[in-house]
Design a binder for this molecule. Structure first.
Ligand SMILES: [Zn+2]
Ligand SMILES: [Zn+2]
Length: 103
């Protein structure tokens, strides 16, 4: 007799945007989650176990435990610019080194 009902894992990609893999440096790491479904005739019927999200690189086939924050999405302090000549300046400048005006 063939067992047709059973619990099988199903990989779900949570985020279609690839992240940079710190191991290979390519943007081929995806946020995934493995859920376990009770399937019957190979059709998943019921989710029996919800997995923890993880990041896995498609190239390395390795899970990445922690990712450095994406530099392109960082919203830090805006760079200070001179009001007069619009040159970008260091935060602690009192006078613009380009045009000599006080900031
Ligand atoms: Zn990789
Ligand atoms: Zn200036």
């Amino acid at each position: 007799m063939i067992i047709i009902a059973g619990v099988s894992p199903k990989t779900k990609i949570l985020d279609q945007n690839p992240r940079r893999c710190p191991l290979c440096g390519l943007h081929q790491a995806y946020f995934k989650r493995v859920d376990h479904y009770l399937s019957f005739f190979f059709i998943p019927l019921l989710r029996v176990k919800k997995g923890n999200p993880f990041i896995m690189c498609d190239r390395c086939q390795k899970t990445v435990p922690e990712f450095e924050p994406d530099i392109s999405q960082q919203t830090g302090d805006r760079p200070k610019t001179c009001h007069y000549c619009k040159m970008s300046l260091d935060q602690d400048f009192k006078y613009c080194p380009y045009c000599g005006k006080r900031i």
